[in-house]
Design a protein around this ligand. Structure first.
Ligand code: URA
Length: 283
């Protein structure tokens, strides 16, 4: 589907759900963003073909408590050695970053720190997109589609996320997308704090290598885990928070929007707020 078609469909869908203040102006092209020109930095290939939409279970927006540290015996020291050696390096060019990510992804495939997840996953779902992205998206954990395809946000939530991306005049390929967890929790249950702690090293590795200027946390689980927060996303949205060098904006998870039409309006407000920071006025 072309971006303009996706955008038209998104706007139609938003209008049908009662949102009357959508932009009537032509959306700015990514090149209008400040700094490195977003559109010219595309390095990725087209995302994998989409599968039929599936809904996630209602439990995914449940709150979770902050991380606890994993017991060192569960940490698989050989993986830690790999990631620590990797993270002593510096990553300047897109090629160096892509290579660093691929080494880290390889280490993740061997990870068995969370026994239940390692036993039930089809594959690890590391991350996808532009290794040199200015914008990183962080979700919660792979669902069934992601577990099958090995790529984050390819199910129903991903399809909605793609529409949001297009409505902002962005392209999925210029963003780097990953999750708090790299394995699917059985039945799409919320990640346990221990699992998030076990996976933290990989998330921090991805952030360190990509070095995004901006991070969007999608949903309470992503926001609370990344920021070590206890407030729900409804309290964290509407502001920029800081994680390392990156400015972090939190908004509702696309799966939540699939169940709560009325929250689409709030996400659109958040995206306008976010794009404004990039110098793009969506009205
Ligand atoms: N939900 C998430 O949080 N992440 C995915 O990758 C897919 C759905």
């Amino acid at each position: 589907m072309t971006d303009s078609r996706a955008l038209r469909q998104f706007l139609k869908m938003m209008t049908a759900s009662g949102i009357s203040h959508l932009p009537t102006v032509t959306l700015p092209k990514p090149a209008a963003a400040p700094g490195r020109q977003l559109a010219n930095r595309l390095k990725g290939t087209d995302p994998a073909p989409r599968q039929a939409p599936v809904n996630k279970s209602g439990s995914r927006t449940r709150l979770m408590s902050p991380d606890r540290l994993a017991p060192s015996s569960a940490k698989q020291p050989e993986i830690m050695e790999t990631t620590h050696a990797l993270l002593k390096q510096t990553f300047h060019t897109a090629e160096q970053k892509a290579e660093g990510l691929s080494t880290l992804a390889e280490a993740v495939t061997a990870c068995r720190r969370c026994t239940e997840l390692a036993d039930t996953r089809r594959q690890t779902v590391f991350g996808v997109g532009n290794a040199d992205a200015e914008i990183m998206f962080i979700g919660e954990a792979p669902g069934a589609d992601e577990d099958r395809q090995g790529e984050p946000f390819v199910g129903a939530a991903g399809i909605l996320m793609d529409k949001i991306i297009a409505a902002c005049g962005l392209k999925r390929e210029e963003i780097y997308i990953c999750n708090i967890l790299r394995c699917r929790p059985p039945g799409n249950r919320n990640p346990h704090p221990q699992e998030a702690a076990n996976c933290r090293e990989f998330l921090e590795g991805q952030i360190r290598i990509v070095a995004p200027k901006f991070i969007i946390c999608w949903g309470t689980v992503a926001a609370q885990n990344l920021l070590r927060e206890t407030r729900p996303v409804g309290r964290l949205r509407g502001q920029f928070l800081q994680h390392g060098d990156a400015k972090v904006m939190c908004t509702y998870h696309p799966s939540y929007l699939l169940r709560n039409e009325s929250a689409k309006k709030l996400v659109w407000e958040d995206m306008k707020f976010f794009m404004k920071k990039l110098g793009v006025d969506l009205g």
